[in-house]
Design a protein around this ligand. Structure first.
Ligand code: AMP
Length: 556
């Protein structure tokens, strides 16, 4: 079985700014890209960027076969040639900038792998010690145009991921961020995305403009959240973001795409549909963000992600955020990124929970969970106004627990993949506004969602992985607040007891004897290369399958 088949949950104008801080068109990156395209000039082998050699065509044909290509190969090759020609044209148009660029391209290509450690941040990759990549300590140090920094006005200084990511992203480097949502990562890639649009758009802010940046998100709710941040971030500088995701009618999304877009944020299924319909063209997209990449693959979206990435400019900057670093994500990065991406790890390399969360684990019989949940709500939710999030594993379990609580007089909503999208959006909105501060959720809400002031998380069912446990309890204890996570653990979960004990110990929490009784054996091995983020999954292991739901309002 794929590791997580329980829930698909997702399906799935402008002013021209002057003075863009010398980040215009990223000369180093373009020089590198030019080199990449012109290819190895070693010995006799000089590959014209415009004409593909037979060998290359064979190779790409083989690659297409491997990735499930079909008889439309000839057409694909012709399209590829056309695309290459267009890209060459683009590169030529930029060549003046390239010529005036510094010598940084060579220093990246020939530079050495370095590592910088400071506090709980590890930065690794080529030339990361170069002073131009020093962390941005203050917003003013970023030397960004005023309208772009407008979105940061409420904050005193860049968050650690922003301070580390901006110098690399504004310099055009491919980037891997291992950071959980809550770290300020949306603006970490959002501000450079806005800058990318402003640098590229120049005076061409036409009505039917095509997107220049793409952000892929595993879940609809996360896509909406990212979109809210990016709409805000681009507002003062006229950068327009559009969000496309399944479960809602396509027509408004088609209309938005047609009216001109700078940044498109989407879930893989719906975005692929719109691309296939010809409504969304990504061939000008040269800045791509894969947010929660690990979750995207877990949910079985790998084919869609591959297909979408292939339809963007091959000369592009790719940014990947992932909370963990499993092998499939690593393979995707190897395939679609520069060979030398920057990697920034924020927080512990080991699987670690937020230390602001008090973790209580209770071993019990699964049939006693309903009564125990009600007792806990009387304790944690007596005011009936504080936010409490109850996690379950299955969609039908979410409905059942919601009904059980409602029948006992609790004002509760639920969010899960069996609900229509408007019901999911409504439930989340009621919970966020506090109109209904008790929400039952499947792991659709475990990651990424920035819900303010969740005081208590109750794990009614233990998740399938300890990583998910860490994500779930991370919904509380945010922004320096303290939180409580109360977890039911049953004998069915005993295989994860060892990992849970380690998470509790690392955070200095009480480990109940009843949990230790299950043993402390941990199956997971740690990779020397990828630390605890590496999961021991064979490359040929069966892939997770995307489960689709026949929601009546799903128009995927
Ligand atoms: P994210 O990780 O992007 O979901 O952001 C989590 C929360 O951090 C959001 O509520 C943001 O508004 C907030 N945030 C983003 N940047 C900063 C910053 N520099 N300082 C403080 N909070 C921030």
């Amino acid at each position: 079985m794929g590791r997580r088949l329980k829930e698909s949950s997702t399906e799935s104008e402008s002013s021209v700014l002057e003075g863009t801080n010398g980040h215009d068109l990223n000369p180093e990156k373009m020089k590198r890209d030019k080199k990449k395209k012109k290819k190895d000039k070693h010995g006799d082998r000089v590959v014209d960027s415009d004409l593909q050699s037979t060998e290359e065509l064979n190779r790409s044909s083989q690659k297409r076969k491997e990735h499930g290509g079909n008889g439309a190969e000839a057409e694909a090759i012709t399209n590829k040639k056309k695309k290459k020609k267009k890209e060459k044209h683009e590169r030529d148009a930029l060549s003046e900038v390239i010529e005036s660029g510094g010598s940084g391209a060579d220093s990246v290509a020939n530079g050495k792998d370095e590592e910088v450690r400071s506090g709980n941040v590890v930065v690794s990759g080529r030339n990361v010690k170069d002073p131009k990549y020093s962390p941005v300590e203050l917003f003013a140090d970023a030397k960004l145009p005023e309208p772009v920094l407008e979105c940061c006005k409420g904050f005193t200084k860049p968050s650690p991921i922003q301070s580390r990511a901006w110098p690399f992203l504004l310099d055009g480097r491919d980037f891997i961020g291992i950071a959980a949502t809550g770290s300020g990562k949306t603006l970490a890639f959002g501000v450079p995305a806005v800058m990318h649009v402003l640098c590229k758009r120049n005076s061409k802010m036409s009505k039917g403009r095509r997107p220049l940046c793409l952000v892929l998100s595993p879940t609809r709710e996360l896509a909406q959240q990212i979109s809210d941040v990016l709409v805000g971030a681009g507002k003062a500088s006229g950068v327009k973001s559009v969000c496309v995701y399944g479960g809602t009618p396509k027509e408004p999304q088609r209309a938005s795409m047609k009216s001109g877009v700078d940044i498109v944020i989407g879930t893989p299924g719906r975005l692929k549909d719109l691309i296939e319909e010809g409504v969304c063209s990504l061939n000008e997209v040269a800045f791509v963000v894969l947010d929660e990449a690990d979750r995207m693959l877990d949910m079985g979206f790998e084919p869609e992600v591959r297909s979408i990435l292939s339809s963007t400019c091959s000369v592009r900057q790719t940014v990947m955020f992932s909370a963990t670093w499993p092998l499939p994500v690593h393979q995707l990065a190897q395939e679609f990124m520069d060979p030398n991406p920057i990697k920034v790890v924020i927080g512990s390399e080991d699987l670690a929970a937020n230390h602001d969360v008090m973790q209580i684990v209770e071993v019990l019989d699964d049939r006693s969970r309903d009564e125990r949940l009600v007792t806990l709500l009387q304790k944690y939710h007596s005011s009936k106004s504080n936010r409490v999030l109850v996690f379950v594993l299955y969609k039908n379990e979410a409905s059942r627990v919601e009904q059980m609580l409602q029948s006992r007089g609790w004002n509760a909503v639920s969010i899960h993949g069996d609900k229509k999208q408007h019901q999911r959006t409504m439930a989340l909105s009621l919970f966020k506004k506090g109109t209904c501060p008790l929400m039952i959720a499947t792991d659709v809400a475990a990651r990424g969602l920035d819900i303010p002031d969740v005081e208590v998380v109750i794990n009614y069912s233990f998740p399938l992985t300890t990583e998910d446990y860490v994500h779930r309890i991370g919904r509380t204890g945010r922004a320096g607040n303290k939180g409580v996570a109360h977890t039911f653990f049953t004998k069915e979960n005993k295989g994860l007891a060892g990992e849970l004990v380690n998470v509790l110990r690392e955070a200095g929490q009480v480990v109940p004897a009843s949990l230790l009784n299950f043993g402390t054996h941990v199956k997971k091995k740690e990779s020397k290369l990828y630390g605890a983020h590496f999961r021991e999954i064979a490359a040929d292991a069966p892939k997770a399958k995307k489960i689709t739901f026949d929601n009546s309002d799903d128009e995927d």
